[in-house]
Design a protein around this ligand. Structure first.
Ligand code: IYR
Length: 230
């Protein structure tokens, strides 16, 4: 059978999709290996001083940006910060917000839930990590003529992209954590972002400190996190 390299769907070109295919046994093996590989990933809050080349960060961002998004709008900008002064400014501003969070804005219950994780209002990783990647979501696009158009499923889209970024970081032998200073509008100010962008997540990236310690948490079992309808 002759397979066309592309077809037209309502006048739009759809190109032939190809990806590697494996025998059943290999599918099983690969899915299990990948699970084991990702299951060792942890949020790490202590970073080594070892630098990470800019090219690596560029690759990580391109991996994140390969994520699916609402109507393929790719409604995100990933800002990569290695500049010392900017990192210091970000740390100072984040700690001001976190101080308010930890000493009043967060509920007793919330603080209790965080206790085993050992987080607090001090965020040294914001200066110690060689890079900070700040994911900004683009609420809307601005046309050449200045008109605004809302993007679609922006939170879902950037959430998926950030998930892929975290996996790419782990795959490269690097570590990160999902830092959520709140409110986080200081990031748009410090980084001078355009009006249509809102900070979504801050991910410090680097090599883990040697030795690094992480909380002794357990993950839920398959039966706790799933229901099958077969
Ligand atoms: N944003 C704070 C508090 C915090 C909240 C949750 I939910 C965490 O899982 C961890 C921390 C901070 O970044 O410390």
């Amino acid at each position: 059978m002759k397979v066309e390299p592309y077809i037209l769907v309502e006048g739009h070109r759809h190109i032939l999709y190809q990806q590697p295919s494996f025998p059943d046994e290999a599918v099983n093996e690969k899915s299990n290996q990948y699970y084991e590989f990702l299951d060792i990933r942890r949020s790490v809050r202590e970073f080594d001083t070892r630098p990470v080349p800019r090219e690596v960060i560029q690759n990580l961002i391109m991996t994140a940006s390969s994520a699916p998004s609402g109507a393929h709008k790719q409604p995100w900008t990933f800002c990569a910060v290695s500049n010392r002064e900017l990192k210091t400014q970000i740390r100072k501003a984040a700690e001001i917000e976190e101080k308010k969070n930890y000493s009043g804005r967060m509920s007793e219950r919330w603080l209790k839930d965080l206790e085993p994780l050992g987080t607090n209002m001090n965020k040294p990783f914001l200066e110690e990590a060689p890079w900070l990647i700040i994911a900004f979501k683009k609420i809307y696009e601005i046309d050449m003529d200045g008109s605004k158009h809302n993007n679609y499923y922006v939170n879902e889209s950037i959430g998926i992209a950030c998930g892929m970024l975290i996996v790419a970081i782990h795959n490269a032998g690097l570590v990160t954590l999902t830092h959520t200073p709140s409110p986080m509008n200081f990031l748009a100010k410090i980084l001078n972002r355009p009006k249509n962008e809102r900070a979504f997540l801050l991910l410090p990236v680097g090599f883990p400190k040697q030795p690094a310690y992480v909380p002794d948490i357990k993950r839920r079992s398959l039966s706790e996190v799933s229901s099958f309808y077969v």
